[in-house]
Design a protein around this ligand. Structure first.
Ligand code: FES
Length: 319
């Protein structure tokens, strides 16, 4: 639930280890600079890494959730990286102290589920690996479907290994993709289903899961599913600041707030990280993020101001 994550903290953490996980994927381990414990997290959570080059990037935690002495993230070097993963792989050295935001969880595990189906593609396996460890710890019933291009691309096999792991290596199956629709339609109706991976996999998952009970289908995107709303033509009232700001056409709410010197936390600016989540006091946002569930969107209690607009002429925010 998003509201639990609204007031995430930031702290200093030291990069204490870098380990090889798979082809192009390294594990980065962060330890507290002060004290010996980091804020607790739950499976599916991510942290923001504030990189020394000024970028802020979100990475899912992959170590067991009971650990408080470290955060571990798995980062794949993206060939088309805009300075996030390439910087991490090429420049970050053990000993570096970084600002870390979070943890936030918009992909939380329902631990009480009778059965859980975890579907991962590529580096989307990081939150799934964390969930699998948690479910194993609980003795819960689950299965993992993990798709990679080649066998050497598969990470976390040490923690995923077991009878419930179904590893799909595209290259060993004539480059056929993971049959996501078949997995989803074959799952029991009351199972909870999770998917994290590339856009086409998530689209196939979402389409196949359309008739399933609300709240049983969970996915996490790395890229925005819907375009950012910059239609403008409405006013945002900042309840705590006692100010009103008109959002002009071509501007997002976040743009307008920044123009007016209002500071709001933001990172991805495409509705996938949750750092700009803001409480809505009245009015109906035009939600365009990939984080809130349909129920949360209908409740209109919070919104992502980086990408969402307004259906009403006036939106009152808790700012
Ligand atoms: S800045 Fe990431 S959701 Fe708005």
């Amino acid at each position: 639930m998003s509201s639990a994550s609204t007031f995430a903290t930031t702290l200093q953490a030291r990069l204490t280890a870098i380990r090889y996980a798979a082809n192009g994927i390294h594990l980065y381990e962060f330890s507290p600079v002060e004290g010996d414990a980091l804020p607790r997290f739950t499976a599916g959570a991510h942290i923001d890494l504030h990189l020394p080059n000024g970028l802020v990037r979100q990475y899912s935690l992959c170590n067991p959730q009971h650990e408080t002495h470290r955060y571990v993230v798995g980062i794949k070097r993206d060939p088309s990286s805009r300075g996030g993963s390439s910087y991490v792989h090429e420049q970050l050295r053990v000993g570096t102290v970084l600002r870390v935001g979070g943890p936030r969880n918009h992909f939380a595990l329902h631990e009480e589920a009778r059965h859980t189906v975890l579907v991962a593609g590529g580096i989307g396996v990081t939150p799934i690996a964390c969930m699998a460890q948690r479910l194993r710890e609980l003795g819960a019933s689950f299965e993992v479907h993990y798709s990679v291009r080649r066998r050497e691309d598969a990470a976390f096999l040490d923690v995923l290994a077991g009878a419930n792991l179904h590893l799909h290596v595209d290259a060993e199956r004539g480059n056929a993709p993971l049959p996501v629709a078949r997995i989803v339609t074959g799952a029991d109706h009351d199972a909870h289903l999770y998917c994290c991976g590339p856009g086409p996999m998530l689209d196939a998952f979402e389409a196949a899961a359309a008739g399933r009970p609300a709240g049983h289908v969970h996915l996490e995107r790395f890229a925005a599913a819907a375009p950012v709303v910059a239609d403008g033509g409405f006013t945002v009232q900042l309840a705590r600041a006692g100010r009103s700001i008109y959002i002009a056409k071509g501007c997002t709410i976040l743009d307008a707030l920044r123009d007016q010197g209002v500071s709001v936390q933001a990172s991805c600016e495409q509705g996938i990280c949750g750092s700009c989540e803001t409480r809505v006091l009245s009015g109906r946002p035009d939600h365009r993020d990939s984080l809130l569930s349909d129920e949360e969107k209908q409740a209109n209690q919070v919104m992502m101001v980086c990408c969402s607009g307004s259906k009403d002429p006036l939106l009152v925010l808790d700012l």
